[in-house]
Design a protein around this ligand. Sequence first.
Ligand code: IVH
Length: 699
Amino acid sequence: MSESHKPLSEAEAKIELSRLHKILSDANNDYYNKDLPKITDSQYDEYRRKYEAIEKKHPSLKRKDSLSDQVGALPQSGFSKVKHLVPMLSLGNAFNDDDVSDFVERGHKFFKHDEGLKLTFTAEPKIDGVSANLLYENGVLVQASTRGDGETGEDITANIKTIKNIPHKLKGEGWPDRIEVRGEVYMDHAEFEKLNVDAKEKNEQIYVNPRNLASGSLRQLDAKVTARRNLKFFAYAWGFASSKFTSTQIEAMQKLKQWGFATNPLTILCNNANEMLAHYNKIESQRATLGYDIDGVVYKLNDLDLQKRWGFVARAPRWAIAHKFPAEQASTIVEAIDIQVGRTGALTPVARLKPVTVGGVVVSNATLHNEDEIERKKIRVGDSVIVQRAGDVIPQIVKVIEDKRPSDSKLYEFPKICPVCGSEAIREIDAKTGQVDVVRRCTGGLVCSAQAKENLKHFVSRNALDIDGLGDKQVEMFFEQGLIKQAADIFTLEERDKESLTPLRNKEGFGAKSATKLFEAIKAAREPELPRFIFALGIRHVGITNATLFAKTYGNFEGFEKAVIAANDEKSEAYQQLLSIDGIGETVARSVITFFHNEKNQQALDELLKQVTPQTYVLNISNDSPVAGKIIVLTGTLEKISRAEAKAQAERMGAKVSSSVSAKTDYLVAGEKAGSKLKKAQDLGVKVLSEDEWLELVR
Ligand code: IVH
């Protein structure tokens, strides 16, 4: 969209209005009905602003179907945000029988010391819809929200209230005064087909699949539209509950049913992996005739106390898993192989495919992972291949159909120089194992614009500084225009914009409103939480989990940086302390040390720290935890609980678990056959606890 400053003639205005009308209508359809927005919110705002400006200037041109009169035509800003009382989690995946057995096995291992304990699991269909959180107070539905990012969703109360099988008032008894009921909103096949027949008759675009249509229907600003869509709901979980209402998953399902919710009739209790797999097969055999989309089976540990003990990893519970149905496949042709350069310089080959529909979605790219993969699968440009996709996973090439290979096809040669910056691209050799890395990396570092750009995208991403309005597209644009070259530049953008001849508000995709919003979001990111900031730096091998470990250990950024710089000497105490963090091994330690000793990184960091002040890390633990802030080492064989559980428990209560004993250690928990660590603790005068004493302390 180019900015024109010359006023439009009436004829020009008419054409422009019609063009904008088409763009905005398509965008509305993409957003609400297909749930596949193709333009950003700020681009939308900009088009919308122009549309309204023309209407204002030329009232006679205002169309009968003007978008400014339509309520349902505004994008998501129309919904207010709702913070969930308890975060909404996602699930880990199992793709085959072994993964399921492993899951059950992990459970048995975790609870191995609970003598005579029998683990049972529920098994139920995984509904392919949109999850929703319904808050009931004193039995009355008071608020409903989408999942959003898991922490905060959008308020869709009015829309949810139009769904006929969701109770506005809970039936029966025994519900907690305040409870978040969770489940899936979906559209069944009959309704989906009916709406598509209607759409076809009206010559409108048909909908992609029931899930997208359900999602679009839920996000209608006009609840009357949602009401016409005949959505349904299955309840399968809960978040916050002001009182305990049950002790097992299966009983919770019965309660939800008594309170008036639809629960899935294919939910059963299983005694072992075999029974779980048998139920999976049964559900799969009924998949085509259920009348609604499912994409797998969810298994959940039945006992709620045990669920609590087994706990969570990152955003998913350890005690539940989604067993996905096999991927759907199709055959197509590899038209080209492109190389993408990632944040760490990794050269990733991507196959450009002749577009093909796989399981209802058009696929035109597939990842090839690395050069060995291309060799192993013997893929060449021009080959006919089988592609598959499973759920949201990036499509993959399963195999080449070799007898369809064109006679003049040539072996694919993987580039040895970076296609973006021309630096040499190498495969590193692991100093310890002597093995060659599977990944070929560009050696250009921040000189390579691809790496610099990807680093910026990472810096502002969700788990990092999470700057609203600064997504991949905007970062690309600012980078290409030379406005943001390194992280520090983000924070000086507003100052520079004030003096710019082409300020942001006049740029394509931005308006005054979105520019102001962006500057506000940037301002709000100036005091990032410590784990996020460390993660944002994009140090290799430092994901959010390791970043959090560093934050917990060192408390503030200066402490962390100083310690890592001092740790360059492997004999130093700082190096030992780094390695003593449970979960941090040599590879990660080396990686952070290398990062802080790189001069370019240091310069970038110095600039950045002039702009931002990372917060001190405060443990989010109540003061009555007897082990909050204490450093604990576990050694020997524990008899009552597994080592993994003892560690999880200690961390849950705010302790730091270290793998080696030093003068800083507060407690050594010594099980049977404790050896050198026990001796060292005794020598240093560290308090030694038996397993029973430990359990007494934390329980
Ligand atoms: S349980 C803590 N059960 O799958 C566990 N989820 O991949 C919370 N889903 O966001 C989820 N059917 O939207 C659960 N029977 C089921 C489900 C189900 C569909 C969705 C849900 C969740 C996603 C995780």
